[in-house]
Design a protein around this ligand. Structure first.
Ligand SMILES: [Zn+2]
Length: 286
């Protein structure tokens, strides 16, 4: 995280006009403001568990969908995606908290709706070092599709399926492009620089997650894909969207709903997250 922190400090010095706008109205104005100072009032932020040392890195786990946005529906029993994402997020949180090497927080710990941009804004306000949005996939016309997929941010989708997924997931948030009034000119360039660094780190984490978690649960052969997902657009936090498996595949559906499956996914995640931060610390010391 060292380079990024230095880069962002430099950006704030270089562009005093764009960074510090902590007014409540400004928070709604989109990505530009995302590089500003965190709001002073933290009473609405979710609790942090895991390591007690505030200097330890923080991962924010985001349970996809919630409240009025149910996400996809399983054809096996009709359960909603928003339920299994919350169960998985809690399992991952508990696994990380138990090992207490890093700090962890959830964007939601109940059945509530959170706008996509608010999800990464929560992570930014908490000072997160890594953001993982947890989902479950659906392919109603292909019940053989199975396995986990990791998405990282790109303006260009890696294929039609990735583009369709982005369209589906982005539906639960604001229309893309809204609030982009402040994105012009130098602000946009500076944010792009920070975002590019975050995108590279996100792609590195995707590889690490596959490597660390493959012994615990199955990935699709083309496990790393790219899409323009709003929830991944924090400019300064490496972010992935994790599709844990397919609600439309009988085996995947049973696995991600089972206590054993959730425990295995949480274990794989924990190993990857801890390995990621261990690498970051080594990199910052060399
Ligand atoms: Zn989803």
């Amino acid at each position: 995280m060292g380079f990024l922190a230095v880069l962002l400090s430099a950006l704030i010095i270089l562009a005093p006009g764009f960074a510090l706008r902590p007014t409540p109205e400004a928070v709604d104005a989109g990505v530009t403001i995302a590089l500003g100072e965190p709001a002073r009032d933290d009473s609405d932020l979710p609790p942090i568990s895991g390591a007690l040392d505030p200097d330890r890195p923080l991962v924010v786990i985001d349970a996809g969908h919630g409240g009025e946005d149910p996400g996809a529906t399983s054809p096996f029993g009709g359960r909603y995606e928003k339920e299994v994402t919350l169960a998985l997020a809690r399992a991952i949180r508990d696994e990380i908290a138990a090992s207490a090497r890093v700090r962890v927080a959830l964007t939601r710990d109940d059945d509530r709706y959170i706008d996509l941009r608010d999800r990464y804004t929560i992570a930014r306000r908490l000072g997160a070092d890594l953001f993982i949005s947890v989902h479950a996939d659906a392919a109603p016309k292909n019940d053989a599709a199975h396995g986990a997929t990791i998405y990282t941010l790109s303006e260009v989708a890696s294929d039609r399926e990735a583009a369709q997924l982005a369209a589906r997931e982005n539906r639960s948030g604001l229309v893309e492009g809204a609030g982009s009034a402040g994105d012009a000119g130098v602000d946009r360039i500076l944010i792009d620089l920070a975002q590019r660094e975050s995108m590279n780190l996100s792609a590195d984490f995707a590889q690490l997650l596959k490597r660390e978690a493959s012994p615990f649960f199955p990935f699709r052969p083309d496990y790393h894909r790219f899409a323009s997902l709003i929830v991944l657009k924090a400019p300064d936090i490496p972010s992935i969207l994790f599709e844990s498996g397919y609600l439309t595949n009988a085996r995947d559906n049973a696995y991600i709903h089972s206590a054993e499956g959730q425990k295995q996914i949480a274990t794989g995640m924990k190993r990857a997250i801890e390995a990621h931060f261990a690498q970051e610390i080594v990199a910052s010391q060399s």
